[in-house]
Design a binder for this molecule. Structure first.
Ligand SMILES: [Cu+2]
Length: 476
């Protein structure tokens, strides 16, 4: 399976093979077919390749077809992606003479360096927006737009549902990067600039990252005009035309990104020494699995100087969130202390910042103390006084819902509490969590609950915070 790598990490040989395969595809006329398809469908309302739900699926299919054509020329070639939150300047190796070539030069903005410079005779724009347009590849790098920042990309990756993510990724990120390159890359025939494919490869990668960050969200939503099963032009006359449904998984299409989480799940053993690992590429996600032999309190924590973010899933499900933590371990480390029932649990570790990388250690330890008897909160009874006496302490309470009704779990006092609600009848089945929805900095969760036993965990919002609080449950 081909691995799409960050272009900044390509060897000289990999760059030259990519450039040569593109030149051969141009020489045999196939490359210009792609340019024509993009140009002709750009504003075609029936095709809808921009400003519609098809934006991401269509470009995924488009890139994959070109990549397969390149691999027919050189099987070692995969599309590289350009992470513009890192490689932001004209001096980046991306624009080197051995790769994409440099900026355009006035007057006219024709590129002068690299294999795609018109003056070297192998790159003439035969498909143009305007028949009278220039035949040279042109660029006006950074004269029009400023590249999206890591924070900007991070913000877009947090957007849900898919429809909101797609709009922001297309308009606030993708469009701006086209404008940043300028020249040919700003035209409907923008694939005339091979950098188009590195740009769109990163857009495609961001869609894959978004999917992994939001596993419970639909990976695609239709928009009333196009849906999961809409055949996509210009391939709609094929016997089995591509549709959004057919391109939802990039791995199923036959490629991965160097930032994908490893297919392998690493097993952790409770009580074993710290295991060293690393987030070597921006966006990388590491998965671990461990087995809890008997109900007890377990501590999952990271070590080192990397600011990681950890999520715990289970029991026996990689999709059921138990809890998440950023910095409770101090110095950017994550620490989850949780009362777990017997079964298999899953831990996901990523960097707290989208573009962050670094090494870390991870361990799971069990405590030998028996689980303390839980203090029960009486529904509609008096509030219970609690106290976070030490950093990282959390208190767990139970309450019994005897009828289907709306229940309000609320804290009181001047301590900034953070409350997690789990249940029913399962201390690790996550329902909801809240920081400040109550009065002041108090927490409040309002939920309709079915009969059963529920569990309320109270901790301080700050990993180092302490203080007294009250907690109560009201039924209405
Ligand atoms: Cu584009």
């Amino acid at each position: 399976m081909g691995i799409r790598k960050n272009q900044a990490t390509l060897s000289a040989d990999e760059k030259s093979r990519f450039v040569n395969a593109i030149l051969q595809l141009k020489a045999n006329g196939i490359y210009d077919r792609y340019v024509r398809q993009h140009r002709d469908l750009f504003f075609d309302a029936n095709a809808g390749i921009h400003e519609t739900a098809l934006f991401l699926p269509w470009h995924r299919e488009f890139l994959r077809r070109l990549e397969l054509d390149l691999q027919r020329i050189d099987p070692s070639v995969s599309l590289p992606y350009w992470d513009w939150t890192v490689d932001r300047s004209l001096t980046a190796s991306l624009w080197g003479a051995d790769f994409m070539g440099g900026n355009g030069v006035p007057p006219g903005g024709a590129v002068q360096t690299g294999a795609f410079a018109f003056r070297f005779g192998r790159w003439r724009l035969t498909v143009r927006d305007n028949p009278a347009g220039r035949v040279e590849l042109t660029r006006a790098i950074s004269s029009g737009a400023t590249l999206p920042s890591a924070n900007g990309v991070q913000r877009v990756l947090t957007r849900t549902p898919f429809s909101a993510f797609r709009v922001d990724l297309e308009r606030d990120i993708h469009n701006i990067v086209h404008g940043f390159i300028g020249g040919s890359a700003g035209d409907r025939s923008s694939p005339n600039d091979p950098a188009f494919f590195l740009l769109h490869c990163n857009v495609d990668r961001l869609w894959a990252i978004w999917q992994s960050l939001h596993p419970t969200d639909a990976p695609f939503q239709g928009d009333g005009r196009f849906n999961l099963n809409s055949p996509m032009q210009p391939w709609d006359n094929e016997i089995s035309p591509p549709t959004p449904a057919r391109v939802l998984s990039h791995v199923a299409l036959g490629y991965t990104y160097d930032t994908d989480r490893g297919a392998a799940m690493t097993d952790l053993t409770v009580g074993a020494p710290i295991r060293q690992a690393s987030i070597s590429q921006a966006g990388e996600v590491d998965w671990y699995r461990f087995t809890v032999p008997a109900a007890s309190t377990y501590i999952i924590e990271t070590q080192g100087s990397t600011d990681v973010f950890m999520s715990l899933f289970g029991v026996n499900s990689q999709n059921t969130l138990v809890t998440e933590d950023d910095d409770s371990g101090g110095a950017g480390n994550s620490k989850i202390v949780s009362n777990l029932s017997a079964g298999t649990y899953f831990v996901r570790v990523r960097h707290a910042q989208t573009t962050g990388t670094g090494t870390y250690g991870i361990s799971v330890t069990g405590t030998t103390q028996p689980q303390p008897d839980l203090v029960e909160i009486i529904v509609n009874g008096p509030q219970i006084q609690g106290n976070i006496a030490a950093a990282n302490e959390s208190d767990v309470y139970s309450f019994s819902a005897t009828q289907i009704a709306t229940y309000t779990i609320v804290t009181s006092g001047s301590t900034d509490t953070f409350v997690t609600l789990n249940g029913p009848n399962n201390q690790t089945a996550f329902i909801s969590q809240d920081d400040d929805s109550g009065p002041g900095q108090n927490s409040q969760i309002v939920r309709v609950l079915t009969p059963g036993m529920y569990f309320v965990r109270v901790r301080h919002y700050s990993p180092t915070g302490t203080g007294a609080y009250g907690v109560a449950v009201q039924r209405s």
